[in-house]
Ligand binder design. Structure first.
Ligand SMILES: O=C(NCCc1nnc(-c2ccc3[nH]cnc3c2)[nH]1)c1cc(-c2ccc(F)cc2)cc(O)c1O
Ligand SMILES: [Mg+2]
Length: 214
């Protein structure tokens, strides 16, 4: 049967990127998505904004919601010091299988823990299962109707501390209006918008950076 787009994306990585070289994996995926098939990775333009937030924060503990093929996982993990940890949640088993291979190709498997399952099931288990008290950075890039309920769940589970940064993709396209309204109007967050474009297109999109004030 016909291969899937994530499978074709992985083939492009294995063909065009160098094992152990995260930048070549990022470039191979961006080239594939620009010249062969669009895919819902954060992409290079918004990815540069993600890089600057990670570099500014120097986080030890990062949570990513929505792995997909592992593009943003590689972007974040390549900037982390070896002792730091990135936990990434993926709901779809097929995406997870591809992402594991992309992350390993980049040579970053020792900093990344990919967990398969629903965010609402795993967020309450971060403490007892991973020994994580609070996160320094959370990157939200999963189902858009999950951003707000999962943010409230992370608050209730005590996973956010004064200064934790939430960085949300796609706040314009596909859009997360309920989440935006919440973080922009809540006294518990200091929020700002980074205008950009939907990956590999001219459509507007952007990232919302929200600092939890405790
Ligand atoms: O749907 C998206 N991303 C979500 C994938 C995912 N990968 N994993 C999950 C997960 C992970 C744990 C979960 N726990 C519970 N639900 C879960 C869902 N969700 C998405 C869509 C677009 C897009 C824009 C314009 C279009 F015309 C079509 C599409 C662009 C983007 O940048 C996206 O990120
Ligand atoms: Mg996205």
């Amino acid at each position: 049967t016909r291969s899937t787009r994530p499978q074709r994306l992985l083939k492009a990585v294995q063909k065009n990127a160098t094992r152990g070289d995260p930048q070549s994996v990022i470039s191979a995926i961006d080239h594939f998505c620009r010249h062969s098939e669009w895919a819902m990775n954060i992409g290079d333009e918004k990815g540069t904004i993600l890089d600057s937030v990670v570099n500014e924060l120097n986080p030890e503990k990062v949570l990513e919601l929505g792995t997909y093929c592992g593009y943003s996982t590689v972007r974040i993990a390549r900037l982390l010091p070896p002792g730091a940890r990135l936990i990434t949640l993926e709901f779809n088993g097929d995406y997870a299988a591809i992402a594991r291979q992309v992350i390993t190709w980049a040579g970053l498997e020792d900093r990344v823990q990919l967990v398969e399952g629903a965010s609402e099931d795993w967020i309450p288990r971060m403490k007892e299962h991973f020994g994580i008290e609070t996160f320094d950075l959370v990157f939200l890039d999963h189902w858009k109707d999950r951003y707000l309920p999962d943010t409230k769940l992370m608050e209730d589970c005590g996973l956010l501390r004064k200064g934790t940064v939430l960085l949300a993709d796609n706040v314009i396209c596909p859009g997360v209006p309920d989440y935006l309204q919440y973080v922009r109007n809540s006294l518990s967050y200091k929020s700002c918008y980074f205008k950009s474009h939907l990956e590999y297109t001219k459509a507007e999109d952007g990232l919302e950076k929200s600092v939890f004030l405790g």
